[in-house]
Design a binder for this molecule. Structure first.
Ligand code: PMP
Length: 456
């Protein structure tokens, strides 16, 4: 039993915890929900209230909370060893997991470099691509192409390849400059294209122009395949990732796929790139890798990339990068248990009816006068709320419509976290159809309650 009552916990939080991506003055005014337990798709607070976890523990959860098989795998591992190091040693779980990841990854990705969060997984990919060209005798290839609205994490390297001004603008003077390419956002096309069947074409033309102009100095391109997550769950048109792959090949640019949010089944395939038949040169994984249990990340690379780092000690081809908790055996044991569950529970095979159900509900929601756009890719969706559906005028951010809808959702027993005016749908992949109904009913009711037909 918890020795602390809810009030004390809230007070400790208010007094001592500085929350991420949070305006703390506002936070301090509220009494936060204190989560103490989880059960399947539900979070349970210190007063015993249950909330359907509509964002899957910030996009990490796969099999539900407190999943027996993963709990057991972690307990077993704790009794064997908690941590050693990959500096001068290996461990059984890290080795077995690397083999498993290579087995399920897009063909050709055959090496696994471990770290412990999504930002570092991407940053490692960026450093790898940079050093790769140094070793290839192409020292001028030092730049990166990134996309508008991209989000790759919060460390300096990951922010450098990000494209969300609200998050990244303040740090600009600290960052290395990148070449920013337009990204398809069919609902708000920056080229004014209204025919959605043509979405992505102008972006690709512009990307090709940038590559042609800068190929000699570009080391790599970083992309969130299929869905730009934190940018607003913006879904790319079919064929976009494949076209980007072809352009990278044509211009001698390494493709770094950031599958931190979309990896491990989220888009309906194990990895998003597989839906386009694409193998990136480098692929960053985290979030779902341990099904939301423990911090772990992996940056996978092709033999071609790896070979550039092979040499005698004095050749200075070593990849000088590594974190203390790299390859942690408890996290790797959790990841192995999660991958075993993908198979034993036929998780990927179970997704199509759920994906179809979400799609059906979104088609109803789009009729709401303040729902401007709905977009979905597998088990992730975004519902964009607008003040004026005709003109697509957004609600002013000060009105905090997304936040208000999510607050209302709590009263319906659902936890959501918006991205500005976009309501994010990101439930655990294991959610049942009944739970998805509860989730979509709650979102619909919350939008109705917060936004009156005349506006906010
Ligand atoms: N890349 C993507 C696509 C992400 O969505 C995120 C996190 N939301 C990250 C990288 C960063 O991961 P982390 O928060 O674990 O550093």
């Amino acid at each position: 039993m918890n020795r602390y009552d809810t009030k004390t916990l809230q007070e400790y939080d208010r007094n001592y915890v500085w929350h991420p991506f949070t305006q703390m003055k506002e936070w301090e005014r509220d009494a936060p929900v204190v989560i103490v337990r989880g059960e399947g798709s539900y979070l349970i607070d210190s007063d015993g209230n249950r909330y359907l976890d509509g964002v899957a523990a910030i996009w990490t959860n796969v099999h539900g909370h407190c999943k027996k098989e993963i709990n057991e795998a972690i307990k077993t591992q704790v009794d064997l060893i908690e941590h050693s190091t990959l500096l001068g040693l290996t461990n059984d779980k890290a080795a077995i997991l690397a083999k498993r990841l290579v087995d399920i990854a897009p063909p050709g990705l055959c090496k696994v470099f471990y770290s412990d969060n999504g930002s570092t997984a991407v940053e490692i990919g960026v450093k790898m691509a940079f050093q790769y060209w140094q070793h290839q005798g192409r020292p001028r290839k030092t730049k990166f192409i990134s996309f508008k609205n991209a989000y790759h994490g919060d460390t300096i390297g990951a922010v450098s390849v990000g494209g969300i001004d609200l998050f990244h603008g303040v740090f600009r003077p600290l960052l290395f400059p990148t070449i920013q390419a337009p990204a398809p956002y069919c609902y708000r096309c920056e080229f004014g294209e209204s025919d959605s069947s043509r979405c992505g074409r102008r972006c690709l033309q512009e990307l090709e122009r940038l590559m042609t102009a800068h190929a000699d100095e570009v080391a790599g391109l970083v992309i969130e395949p299929l869905v730009q997550g934190a940018g607003g769950m913006i879904v790319q048109p079919d064929g976009f990732v494949r076209a980007v792959r072809e352009l990278c090949d044509r211009h001698g640019i390494l493709m770094i796929a950031d599958e931190v949010a979309v990896g491990f089944g989220r888009t309906g395939a194990m990895f998003a790139c597989q839906r386009e038949g694409v193998t990136p040169d480098i692929m960053a994984l985290s979030k779902g890798i341990t099904a939301g249990y423990l911090p772990l990340a992996a940056t996978m690379a092709t033999q071609e990339v790896y070979n550039a780092f092979l040499g005698e000690y004095r050749e200075m081809k070593t990849f000088f990068h590594g974190h203390t908790f790299t390859g942690n055996p408890i996290a790797c044991a959790a990841a192995l248990a999660s991958l075993a569950l993908f198979e034993s529970e036929g998780l990927l095979e179970s997704l199509p009816p759920k994906i179809g159900y979400i799609a059906d509900r979104l088609q109803v929601m789009i009729e709401h006068p303040s729902v401007g756009n709905v977009r979905q890719c597998g088990m992730v969706a975004g519902i964009e709320l607008v003040r004026n559906k005709e003109t697509k005028e957004p609600f002013p951010w000060e009105e905090r419509v997304g936040v208000r809808v999510c607050r209302e959702a709590l009263r319906h027993g659902i936890f959501l976290r918006p991205l500005g005016n976009i309501i994010v749908v990101f439930p655990p992949l294991s959610s049942s159809l009944e739970e998805l109904k509860f989730l979509m009913d709650g979102i619909e009711a919350s939008i109705e309650a917060v936004i009156l037909p005349s506006g906010a």
